[in-house]
Design a protein around this ligand. Structure first.
Ligand SMILES: NC(=O)c1ccc[n+]([C@@H]2O[C@H](COP(=O)([O-])OP(=O)(O)OC[C@H]3O[C@@H](n4cnc5c(N)ncnc54)[C@H](O)[C@@H]3O)[C@@H](O)[C@H]2O)c1
Ligand SMILES: O=C(O)CC[C@@H](O)C(=O)O
Length: 392
């Protein structure tokens, strides 16, 4: 098996690959790709490519639907960098509330003058700020990061509102009971002094699920004057032109973004951080280890854990003589056709697992004999089959 890394991936993760895996710089010959933030939208994928693992949460840099069509399973590593991001969001709250950056930069300008201690005491009032305790924070998106941010802010004495129309049961269980759940973003806009974004970037043209540009003029009009916005999710969640206006008018007092771009990097009132949310040793290690473990599970056993375009599927270890996996469309009569192929060839099926997710499905079949080319070509010829792979 050959793997390519499109970004630096922590060695502690890559070391989990056994000597059956070889690194290649030629992405066209790779069976698997590991990626962080590199954009894959303009890439051509070779037929050889079986899986892509995003060492991180957001998959907006990967054409996941095209990959599904080509039978390339895309994984991410949910939660693996959430603590790193949470800690930077807390820093962002403080950077936006106290003029720490202005003060630190000012000390650099007076550091060579005599009597720095006196100058500091004389000049420091320019950098006075506000405390976050007692203020209201709205968290949009209560996933791995949003829940950690909400709970931490409760501990810091903030009143926290949370909004997530698709919150999972697991996340709801881990949310502090002090977080006030709300049913619309408008409630957050109306109430909160700080708003932090932790929803994925979704740009599918469907207004019920799309998140692109959700923080725009219409939203600003509903917010309190002097609100502080924190964006550690993706730049395109915010309409930059509307943000420029809102900063100019004082509607928004500060915009803290981990995703500066040509527009926001030059805006007054923006605290621009160079996408450092997940840039900690711990997060990078966690993401890399999780990504490689998931890839190995898929390549070696056919099991799918944390895919964003195919269903999760745990068929365990293969105790039979052979295992074949089939990525296919989620349409009727597929299983009958698969089992028909095996029965026509007099091959006994020892175990079969079938899972579906949206338009796609996945079937793992363990058989009591070795798998030959005849089986593979017959399965491949079934309408709706995307990719057949012999795992054992
Ligand atoms: N700054 C960084 O370095 C960094 C690191 C990790 C993740 N991220 C970004 O943060 C996002 C969230 O990461 P996560 O690990 O918490 O992901 P997650 O999948 O655990 O959580 C996302 C949450 O957003 C919710 N959501 C979806 N649509 C929503 C909507 N319209 N309104 C409100 N909530 C909505 C989902 O239900 C889910 O609970 C990622 O998608 C990624 O873009 C940034
Ligand atoms: O890889 C990174 O540094 C950032 C990852 C982050 O944006 C994510 O979505 O997980």
């Amino acid at each position: 098996m050959k793997y390519s890394c499109l970004n630096p991936i922590a060695p502690v993760g890559l070391n989990i690959f056994t000597d059956k895996y070889q690194k290649t710089d030629n992405v066209d010959e790779a069976d698997i790709i590991l990626v962080r933030s590199a954009s894959m939208h303009d890439m051509q994928f070779s037929d050889n490519l079986k899986a892509i693992a995003r060492a991180g949460a957001g998959v907006n840099n990967i054409p996941v639907d095209i990959c599904a069509e080509k039978g390339i399973v895309v994984f991410n590593t949910p939660g693996a960098n959430a603590n790193g991001v949470k800690e930077l969001v807390i820093a962002g709250l403080l950077l936006a509330s106290r003029d720490i950056i202005g003060g630190v930069n000012w000390v650099q300008t007076i550091k060579d003058q005599p009597g720095v201690a006196k100058l500091v005491e004389k000049g420091k009032s320019k950098f006075a700020g506000k405390e976050i305790q007692g203020k209201k924070l709205g968290v949009i998106g209560l996933g791995a990061i949003g829940v950690l941010v909400a709970n931490a802010a409760v501990h810091l004495g903030m009143t926290v509102y949370g909004y997530d129309p698709f919150i999972s049961v697991e996340r709801a269980w881990s949310l502090s009971r002090h977080v006030i759940p709300v049913n619309s973003r408008d409630e957050i806009y109306r109430e909160c002094d700080y708003i932090t974004l932790h929803a994925p970037l979704i740009d599918n043209g469907d207004p019920s699920s799309s998140t692109k540009g959700m923080i725009n003029k219409e939203a600003f009009d509903k917010m309190k004057d002097g609100v502080i916005i924190l964006n550690f999710a993706r730049d395109l969640l915010v309409n930059d032109d509307d943000m420029a206006e809102a900063l100019k008018s004082g509607k928004v007092a500060r915009y803290v973004t981990d995703f500066p771009n040509d527009k926001t990097a030059n805006m007054e009132g923006v605290i621009a951080i160079p996408h450092l949310g997940a840039s900690t040793e711990e997060s990078e290690d966690n993401c890399a280890m999780m990504a490689v473990k998931q890839l190995r599970e898929y390549i070696e056993k056919g099991n799918i854990i944390n895919s964003v375009n195919y269903p999760n599927c745990d068929a365990g270890e293969c105790a039979a003589l052979g295992r074949i996996t089939i990525l296919h469309r989620n349409i009727p009569k597929m299983l009958t056709q698969f089992t028909g192929v095996f029965s026509a060839l007099n091959v006994n099926i020892a175990n079969l697992v079938n899972k579906s997710k949206g338009d796609y499905a996945y079937t793992v079949i363990d058989v009591d004999s070795t798998i030959n080319g005849d089986v593979i070509s017959k399965l491949n010829s079934i309408e709706g089959v995307i990719k057949v792979r012999v795992v054992k």
